[in-house]
Write a protein that binds this ligand. Structure first.
Ligand SMILES: [Cu+2]
Length: 296
């Protein structure tokens, strides 16, 4: 039977300027090994500007955890086997589906108090609505670096131009050169889609690149509401310092195959191959339809 306790009910309240956590008098109540807490915020700061546009209602361009964007957000280091609680409060004017990789969690706390255990279901994403807070809990079972981020993809990016036309499929040959005569820094938008993370563009002072961060395999190409849950075997109790990127055990990483591929076998028999060769001789197929009166 679940008995909410007055202390616990008042445990979580999100203030205008910060996040208030009142711990229960009995520390064994709802005990966890790691307890993280942060607020979601959003800003509209025009590229190059030093002043946020404080009258913006919806079209924000910087999405932050505790007013910081990736890679400027601390990682969340935990020890393998730790019971982890993450409390998130949303001070922005839109919802944030917060998502974690590699683990399933339960929503254990809301603004109304602790959720009764029988009401919980496993999740990997939970939407945090405007003005809401949620506490999620899970056991850090899997070693590695796990992305923890808002699932609205533009919330994992920084300032970008929204008012640009889609140039997919448009032949822009020669356009950039002509415009460069007038606007020296002009770059044509990609006509094939794909990633822009590898592009180094000159940006105005006091502006963040749209996506950045260096990972162990190259650019992470993230910004905004993104951080990394780092599960380590030897992270000491109470140690919240960054252990660096995960060192994968030998033999557990994919690598590029550079050897010779064997000649594909050419089959002339019907069936036996899901992708038959193009120049197959005419094949007669016998198809038997189910009659509906089969033996079941
Ligand atoms: Cu979001």
């Amino acid at each position: 039977m679940y008995h909410p306790h007055a202390d616990e009910m008042a445990q979580m309240a999100m203030g205008m300027m910060g996040f208030w956590v009142t711990h229960p008098k009995d520390p064994s109540l709802h005990a966890v090994d790691r307890d993280f807490v942060f607020l979601l915020n959003a800003y509209d700061v025009a590229p190059g500007s030093y002043t946020p546009k404080i009258n913006t209602m919806l079209d924000f361009n910087l999405w932050t955890f505790n007013s910081r964007v990736f890679p400027g957000i601390d990682s969340m280091p935990v020890r393998q086997g730790d019971k982890v609680r993450i409390r998130v409060g949303n001070l922005t004017m839109t919802n944030h589906p917060i998502h974690v990789h590699g683990h399933e969690f339960f929503v254990t706390g809301t603004d109304g108090g602790w959720t009764p255990p029988a009401s919980r279901w496993p999740e990997v994403t939970t939407d945090i609505a405007v003005g809401q807070m949620r506490a999620i809990e899970f056991v850090a079972t899997d070693l590695g670096d796990w992305a923890f981020h808002c699932h609205k993809s533009h919330h994992t990016m920084n300032a970008m131009g929204h008012d640009v036309p889609t140039m997919i499929g448009v032949d822009q040959r020669g356009v950039a050169e002509k415009i460069n005569k007038i606007v020296p820094d002009y770059m044509s938008m990609g006509d094939k889609g794909g990633s822009m993370g590898g592009m180094e563009m000159p940006i105005p002072e006091n502006t963040l690149p749209m996506m950045s961060g260096d990972g162990p395999f190259g650019g992470v190409e993230m910004g905004g509401m993104f951080t990394v849950l780092k599960v380590r075997k030897d992270q000491k109790r109470g140690d919240y310092s960054d252990p660096g990127w995960y060192k994968h055990p030998a033999g557990t990483l994919a690598y590029e195959w550079t050897g010779n591929l064997p000649e594909p076998e050419r089959s002339t028999s019907a069936g036996g191959q899901s992708m038959p060769a193009m120049n197959m001789p005419n094949v007669e197929m016998t198809v038997r339809k189910p009659s509906g009166h089969g033996e079941h």
